[in-house]
Design a protein around this ligand. Structure first.
Ligand code: AMP
Ligand code: MG
Length: 325
């Protein structure tokens, strides 16, 4: 596992520095995907960067990643040129064509019990706004995350929002806890653990910025009323929320299928790394019916609905409230 850990920390550090630079310079192109969500040259660039190194160091391992890089060779030439230009400065032997060829070859022999799962920019809306986003990588074994790494360019080493610094990496290995370290000073990690707030009336809630498109804020409000909780809900994009809970800065993160898209199923790259990071910090992660995440149904989590992430102290109370309907 040491080799995988070293690899993942290094590649996520590179991808985090790369994307943060583009966020600061605002040099990124963006367009809408079919589901109307934005995607940028930085998303594709980050994914290609990770793919390059994954193919180099773990050529046998399959990858499930959010973006469809084949789109770049189908009518998105200006974006491909921009990305090639940017990545050639980072990677001496970068070649889009080689990555595509290796990926196709890899796809034909995917029968491994291992799978890497990547969101090259989780929280693209936050990225474009100058706010929170993360680069998320997990290694799955038999469909369970065993290594989770979140590059958080806009958090500090206390897992607090900080857009001025260089950012941190939070990571967890199953059975070995959750750790955080500076992106630019690796090797001095500190351990994270969830809060011990046990009174649900004082629980600190965190949710998506897109509280109606990615969730259902009415359902969260009704739970808060039930718990007599009047704390303000803080909103952040991306799995940075998982890191903030792992560090004890918040106690609950909830997400519901949105009212306008009740059949939405969460995607594995939006939760695999974050789940391990919270669990290894002592917290709990389930869907709104209390079921653990089932990552074994391809890219969508077909057997789960919604998300409940907590410090564990009143998780059952939350799940019970929603199960009663
Ligand atoms: P957040 O920053 O917490 O709002 O989460 C961002 C992620 O939510 C994106 O990567 C999307 O893939 C995902 N997402 C969640 N719900 C939806 C939805 N209803 N439609 C499209 N994407 C969604
Ligand atoms: Mg995402």
């Amino acid at each position: 596992m040491d080799r995988e850990k070293m690899f993942a920390l290094e590649v996520i550090s590179k991808a985090s520095v790369f994307t943060k630079k583009l966020q600061r310079e605002k040099t990124t192109l963006f367009f809408e995907k079919d589901d109307k969500s934005p995607v940028t040259a930085a998303d594709f660039g980050s994914q290609l960067l990770v793919m390059h190194y994954l193919q180099k160091y773990f050529p046998e391992d399959p990858l499930a990643a959010e973006e469809n890089i084949l789109e770049l060779s189908e009518g998105k030439k200006p974006i491909l040129e921009m990305i090639t230009d940017l990545l050639s400065k980072e990677i001496e032997d970068f070649s889009f064509e080689k990555i595509i060829a290796k990926e196709e070859n890899q796809r034909s022999k995917q029968n491994s019990d291992r799978l890497w799962v990547l969101d090259p920019i989780d929280g693209t809306k936050g990225f474009l706004r100058g706010d929170q986003f993360v680069v998320a990588l997990a290694l799955m074994k038999n469909f369970q995350p065993i290594l989770g790494v979140l590059g958080c360019p806009n958090l500090n080493d206390q897992a607090e929002p900080d857009t001025k610094g260089n950012g941190v990496i939070a990571y967890a290995i199953r059975g070995q806890g959750t750790w955080i370290q500076d992106i630019d000073q690796p090797g001095t990690p500190s351990r994270l653990s969830v809060s011990n707030y046990a009174n649900p009336a004082q629980a600190r809630f965190v949710s998506s910025v897109d509280s109606t498109g990615h969730s259902n804020s009415d359902a969260i409000q009704s739970l808060k009323s039930h718990l007599h909780n009047q704390e303000e809900i803080k909103q952040f994009d991306s799995q940075a929320k998982y890191v903030m809970i792992a560090a004890g800065n918040f106690d609950v993160f909830l997400r519901f299928p949105p009212a306008n898209n009740p059949n939405y199923h969460e995607k594995i790259w939006d939760h695999a790394a974050g789940t391990l990071i919270v669990e290894e910090a002592g917290g709990l992660v389930t869907d709104i019916s209390g079921k653990r995440f089932d990552f074994s149904h391809g890219k969508s989590m077909e057997e789960n609905r919604g998300v409940v992430v907590s410090n564990g102290h009143f998780h059952n109370e939350i799940v019970d409230f929603f199960s009663r309907g």
